[in-house]
Design a protein around this ligand. Structure first.
Ligand code: ATP
Ligand code: MG
Length: 157
């Protein structure tokens, strides 16, 4: 089961709106796999998603590149992971991430392609690419939880 949706994000505000819709679609156990080059907007999207849960300000959500993971309280607790500095899926599992399906939180992972083998099959992949103007996002669902999330995001935008 795979469903995909592509949308243009002409400016940073469009990324924020997508992030807000994503935040409202987060559920415990949902894994959001963010892919895209340096500066593609993965952290910007995550800031808006976490702030949309209403417990923290967008400015308080920072890139976890060096701390690897950051936790945020909220009605649906979120773990924000950055795999940029991890050697691969083995390092991800060694840090205690997995099995993410059983996680009581939603998990958003930047550079998820680096640890894809350690991620559940049912995940919402969000690919961000530089475009003119701005960015292009492709959202891909691969199971029941991620399909529900994708439908919720689409319905909200
Ligand atoms: N749709 C857009 N159009 C133009 N600029 C955007 C858009 N979305 C985000 N940006 C801007 O892109 C910049 C880089 O974003 P961000 O730090 O989120 O990237 P990243 O993918 O997390 O990068 P890294 O891999 O280095 O962590 C930010 O200044 C952000 O405001
Ligand atoms: Mg980032």
């Amino acid at each position: 089961m795979t469903a995909a949706w592509t949308l243009d994000l002409p400016d940073a505000e469009a990324t924020r709106r997508l992030g807000q819709a994503l935040g409202r679609a987060l559920r415990p156990g949902l894994v959001v796999a963010l892919e895209g080059d340096l500066g593609a907007g993965k952290t910007a999207l995550t800031k808006a998603a976490i702030a949309a849960l209403g417990q923290v300000e967008e400015d308080d959500v920072v890139s976890p590149t060096f701390v690897i993971a950051a936790e945020y309280p909220g009605t649906r607790e979120v773990l924000h992971v950055d795999a940029y500095r991890l050697a691969g899926p083995g390092a991800f599992v060694d840090l205690g991430f997995g099995p993410l399906e059983a996680c009581a939180r939603a998990v958003i992972i930047e550079w998820a392609d680096r640890v894809a083998a350690a991620l559940p099959g049912d995940r919402l992949t969000v690919r961000l690419a530089h475009a003119d103007p701005g960015r292009r996002a492709t959202l891909e669902a691969s199971g029941p939880s991620s399909t529900a999330a994708l439908e919720a995001v689409r319905a909200a935008l």
